[in-house]
Ligand binder design. Structure first.
Ligand SMILES: NC(=O)c1ccc[n+]([C@@H]2O[C@H](COP(=O)([O-])OP(=O)(O)OC[C@H]3O[C@@H](n4cnc5c(N)ncnc54)[C@H](O)[C@@H]3O)[C@@H](O)[C@H]2O)c1
Length: 436
């Protein structure tokens, strides 16, 4: 099939490269011309394992191409995916301007039937708004072509995005009574459904809700376990044992029960807040989701306050990990963007290391941060080391070597990855979350 994917960010670029890998003819479209040039040259604009190889392969086989001009692609495609960003806007509501801009461009320039698929995370009712907008513009233009709007929310995890896209747990498709659009979506995803992955059809409204509901549920699980860290700290409990004990219950399961400094990134924080805003609009009490957001903010602050209170004046602090999670260079809502300015503001100096996110971090962090080439280089002469992102390279650190490299003794484990006894045996002070 011939498709256009508009927005070549973390979702759109991976989708475009994976659809090409599945044999479709794909054009990735982005308004950012510099990004398009980089992609045309076979280089990925984001760090995502396996992605650059797929981009190069797609360019070589000519199944994948990139452009900044959507209007030139429209005459040739059966499907337009919108995968543009929907960041947090006014009152925490999703900012839908990019989604509507793409829908408007399609409506103003299309001259044949096609399916408009919304992959971005959008509040319930957005698909209907897009469909009405497109129909109105087509009517004004005197065009009789048909452009149904389908909801196909994305569930990929950054760092695992290629695998998640090619082998998803499920494909959710929201369609309201458009038989042809359903057939188009079935054909598009056949290479994936053929290997047994489920494709679930439902109304467009249900599909739009599934996305926010899934993210809010996972975030709630994280906040639930983080809430219990406070109880552990006050009573001598150990959150790891509590999580193990809970997670072995098959009704609960062990995933997303890992206590730490809370969730960050481009999705959970904004989607949780957007769902709260959606509930408010409908006069609904979504107290669980509000508490999820509140506990997450408190969890991060509690840990950072403990660090700040412990540091002697003008300390050298090593920060391990800058991205919001491992295996990505995404810095959106990363804890490092909160902690580092706090430490600098308090007069401390920072030496940071991240295996992939340092280039992006340099653009976002104020001057005064030194960047190291390794975890040990960052820790050299430091009063304290703070682990913020649990990259594998930090997990395997030799604690005796770390103790020799540091000036002070404090290891702040924001992700509860180290064994406290091992850290202490090396002569360091261990500070975890909900772990004594
Ligand atoms: N990042 C994730 O892990 C993830 C996972 C699931 C769902 N989502 C959702 O997918 C959507 C996209 O997220 P993302 O992380 O890929 O965003 P992103 O910011 O990485 O990428 C968005 C891209 O769209 C481009 N763009 C903006 N307006 C455009 C326009 N009018 N025409 C063409 N291109 C335009 C931008 O230049 C950018 O390259 C969001 O709604 C997000 O909530 C993201």
């Amino acid at each position: 099939m011939k498709i256009a994917v508009v927005g070549t960010g973390y979702v759109g670029l991976v989708s475009a490269a994976c659809f090409a890998e599945l044999g479709h003819h794909v054009t990735g479209v982005d308004i950012d011309e510099a990004k398009v040039r980089t992609l045309q040259g076979g280089r990925s604009t984001i760090y995502e394992p396996g992605l650059e190889e797929l981009i190069r392969k797609g360019l070589e086989t000519k199944l994948l191409s990139f452009t900044s001009d959507l209007t030139r692609v429209l005459p040739h495609v059966q499907i337009v995916f919108s995968a543009v960003a929907t960041p947090q806007g006014k009152d925490h509501k999703a900012d839908l301007r990019s989604v509507f801009a793409v829908a408007e461009t399609v409506a103003k320039h299309v001259d044949r039937d096609l399916v408009f698929v919304n992959k971005s995370t959008v509040p319930v009712g957005t698909g209907e708004k897009c469909e009405n907008m497109i129909a109105d513009i087509l009517k004004q233009r005197g065009m009789s072509c048909c452009v149904p709007v389908v909801s196909n929310p994305e569930f990929l995890r950054e760092g695992m995005a290629v695998t998640d896209t090619l082998m998803p747990d499920r494909i959710i498709v929201g369609i309201n009574n458009q038989l042809n659009a359903r057939k188009t979506m079935e054909e598009l995803y056949r290479p994936i459904t053929r290997v047994g992955k489920p494709m679930v059809f439902m109304s467009r409204e249900s599909a739009e809700i599934v996305k926010y509901a899934s993210n809010a549920f996972l975030a709630a699980k994280i906040s639930f376990i983080n809430m219990l860290t406070e109880l552990c700290e006050k009573t001598g409990g150990n959150i790891r044992d509590v999580a193990t004990g809970m997670g072995l219950d098959t009704r609960i399961g062990p995933r997303f029960l890992h206590a730490g400094i809370g969730y960050g990134g481009s999705c959970f924080p904004k989607d949780v807040k957007a769902l709260i805003a959606i509930a408010k609009e409908h006069n609904l009490d979504f107290g669980i989701v509000e508490a999820t957001d509140r506990i997450n903010a408190r969890q991060r602050k509690r840990f950072f306050d403990r660090i700040l209170a412990s540091l002697p004046k003008k300390s050298a602090v090593a920060v391990w990990g800058l991205a919001f999670k491992p295996k990505t260079d995404d810095m959106r809502e990363a804890p490092s963007l909160d902690l580092i300015p706090m430490l600098l503001g308090a007069g401390h100096s920072i030496r940071a290391f991240d295996p992939e996110a340092m280039e992006k971090a340099k653009e976002l962090l104020q001057s005064g941060v030194a960047f190291a080439q390794s975890a040990m280089e960052a820790a050299e002469g430091a009063q304290a080391v703070v682990l913020l992102t649990e990259w594998d390279v930090f997990r395997g650190v030799d604690m005796n070597e770390l103790q020799r490299a540091m000036k002070g003794k404090d290891l702040w484990d924001g992700r509860n990855v180290y064994e406290p006894s091992e850290v202490r045996e090396a002569g360091l002070e261990y500070h975890g979350i909900g772990v004594i």
